[in-house]
Design a protein around this ligand. Sequence first.
Ligand SMILES: *Cc1c(COP(=O)(O)O)cnc(C)c1O
Length: 410
Amino acid sequence: MTLSNGRPYVAIPGPSVMPDRVLAAMQRPAPNIYRGAIVDLTHSILADLKRVAKCTAHVALYICNGHGAWEASLCNMASRGDRMLACANGHFGLGWADAARRMGIDVETLDFGRSAPIDTDRLSETLKADRDHEIKAVLVTHVDTASSVRNDIQAVRAAIDAAGHPALLAVDAIASLGCDPLHFDDWGIDVLVAASQKGLMTPPGLGFLWFSDKALEQSRSADLATPYWSWIPRIEARVFSHTFGGTSPTHHLFALREALDMIEEEGLEHIWARHRALAGAVWAAFDVWGQDGPISLNVADPAMRSRAVTAARIRNGGGEALRGWVETQAGVTLGIGLGMALADDPTHDDFFRVGHMGHVNAHMTLGVLATMEAGLQALQIPHGSGALDAAAGAIVRAIPEIGAPAPVSA
Ligand SMILES: *Cc1c(COP(=O)(O)O)cnc(C)c1O
């Protein structure tokens, strides 16, 4: 017998849980793709995406996943042979750099390991050494979803400025947009990359690029940009179809419109606070579990942790064992470890992740933690006792901090 029948919960770091309202919004026939409602809907989405990223500059939409958005960002910033500097704290930072390399960009990677944020002194020194200012862009992952390290983007901006370097600051916010605070304008970001299926609660298949005037200027001479991936025709579209380089992703747009309405209704600041509170419950449980035995969080300093995903380890293959138990016995799917150890490394099966991004509330998070507690007991994995008390306490303490939902802004 298992207890997994009932509504399953996929608690992985994307695709995240899609709200029923978002799913229902797609239940309609295809619209006219040349004029009328879909055009207005798209323009409303562009305006709201700028609001979500706190950006007053440009935004372009693409039919693609995050990997596609990576390539779109790279080809608009560079010509073949140009130099870039990539900062990596895990699988995704390394992946963006690898995409750049395979596109013919000369990338230098500053690898900060898999548990620590960017060392901004090292970044600044590397930029200062580039006296001729050949480096065209600095690539930074806001939250590396594999390691759950969260970088301080303002500190990165300050390091670039301290070096007096003109490189663009390009940020991958695929796992943080709509979960962690993010301010395109105020943080001095030049290029921001995101996708639909994480904090934005929409099916995978849409990629987004926000970019500054400076990045737009640099893109005018970037010879890696191809007709489909260049952002220029998308923002200067004289015909609606140019916005998407062809047919628009009609039903993704219906879904995203609904998700953006939900974000507007809750209020972005409240959404950030909700993610912080739920992450706090997850961390509180892990702190207790880890008091006795093989369980540990990947990122020691809470200030450097994502509020959307938590990477953890249970030694002796416990991560995979727990993932298997909660999925088959209780209907909860946790995220796999990604890039933390090679497949033939004996520690490979230690690593796993808990997603808590997007359409997630207190009972879902507490349910996942209680299910994990049951799994630890069933598998006889040693752990400190009282984790669920601690998680509940974190929720209770967070509620007055969050306060009333922000009023719906006009
Ligand atoms: C999910 C993710 C990606 C990759 O997105 P795909 O849609 O799977 O291609 C890249 N970067 C970060 C930070 C992510 O979280």
